[in-house]
Design a protein around this ligand. Structure first.
Ligand code: SF4
Length: 330
């Protein structure tokens, strides 16, 4: 087995069945990082409670997301994959960290401001402490690396400062200061061709859809807005379908579309059909594995329970150091 370069932590809210945006923005990278790093991947259900009021689908969403991660290639025998709430030590560490977390900085973070803009009627205490809980997630598992895109950098910088404050306050080295693993997280546009792909806008393409559903969804994709008629030449550079071709289609086909679109040699209907066929081919092994896994839901929960058990072992080690540093009674 190869020597790993460090421990990576990443978490995502339980949003249920995953879509292409989740795949290209996170899951693909999660799978790839397993080759070089010890990976800890967490479904952060406690974080979800800061904005979700109705938890009716929470458990199902957790299951569906785990299913998609596993089908996409997360290897639970080596990677620790688990649900945040099943390691309660994280809330204890969150409390201890909150004592050294400056409130002014928390309310100044761009995501907090964004959340209160989005949910003015639900500005709760958990929302303010979100980056503190996120820090607890990272450091509880003694992770040295967190893959982040440029927009999440302030949170990791906050986490690093919080760790330094904690270690300084208690004159200890109980917590490891995490480093950012700069990652290019592509902005994947939805089928509307304008907004980021997401379920709330219903502009997404689900990974687990059938090939027919996928084809139907792709047929609705917005293309070059200037190309009205079949014989109008198009501009692939402003077309979201072409962006997807560049990811999922063979190089020769991408080149052909790049040329033919510009001289109206190919129509958007055919172009989309080709993309749908290539995407369906790409997702075929994922879908096959997902169906197999879904035949035994208990096995999926067992994987998550086993991950939580392994995560708790690391969490207990960290909390022993934290308690000793604070000088809490042993
Ligand atoms: Fe976009 Fe393809 Fe239509 Fe060109 S032919 S505008 S690349 S969908």
């Amino acid at each position: 087995m190869s020597v790993k370069k460090g421990r990576v932590f990443s978490g995502a809210r339980p949003t249920g069945r995953q879509h292409l945006g989740n795949y290209l923005g996170a899951i693909k990278n999660y799978v790839a990082m397993q080759d070089d790093y010890e990976c800890v991947y967490c479904i952060v259900d406690i974080h979800a409670l800061t904005t979700v009021e109705d938890t009716f689908n929470l458990r199902q969403n957790t299951y569906d997301m785990a299913l998609d991660w596993l089908a996409a290639g997360i290897r639970p025998e080596e990677t620790i994959m688990f649900v945040q709430s099943q390691v309660p030590q994280v809330t204890e560490l969150h409390t201890f960290l909150s004592m050294v977390a400056p409130l002014g900085k928390l309310t100044d973070l761009p995501t907090f401001k964004e959340k209160i803009r989005e949910n003015p009627n639900n500005v709760n205490y958990g929302l303010v402490g979100y980056p503190v809980l996120m820090t607890a997630d990272i450091v509880l598992y003694q992770s040295n690396l967190v893959p982040v895109g440029i927009d999440q950098a302030p949170h990791i910088e906050f986490a690093r400062e919080l760790v330094r404050s904690f270690n300084y306050r208690y004159n200890s080295d109980a917590l490891i200061e995490p480093q950012m693993k700069n990652t290019i997280i592509p902005k994947v546009l939805g089928i509307d061709g304008v907004n980021k792909m997401g379920k709330s806008l219903n502009n997404h393409i689900e990974l687990a859809s059938t090939p027919e559903e996928t084809q139907k969804r792709i047929s609705k994709m917005v293309t070059d807005p200037q190309r009205i008629r079949r014989d109008d030449p198009g501009d692939p550079d402003v077309c979201n379908v072409f962006s997807m071709h560049k990811i999922f289609s063979p190089a020769g086909e991408v080149e052909m579309i790049n040329v033919e679109c510009r001289r109206a040699g190919i129509g958007c209907v055919e172009c989309k059909k080709r993309f749908a066929a290539n995407l369906n081919d790409h997702l075929a092994p994922f879908r096959k594995k997902r169906i197999e896994l879904d035949a035994n839901p208990q096995a999926v929960w067992d994987i998550l329970h086993d991950g939580a058990k392994r995560a708790r072992v690391i969490a207990d080690q960290t909390m022993a150091k934290v308690r000793a540093a604070i000088q809490l009674p042993l």
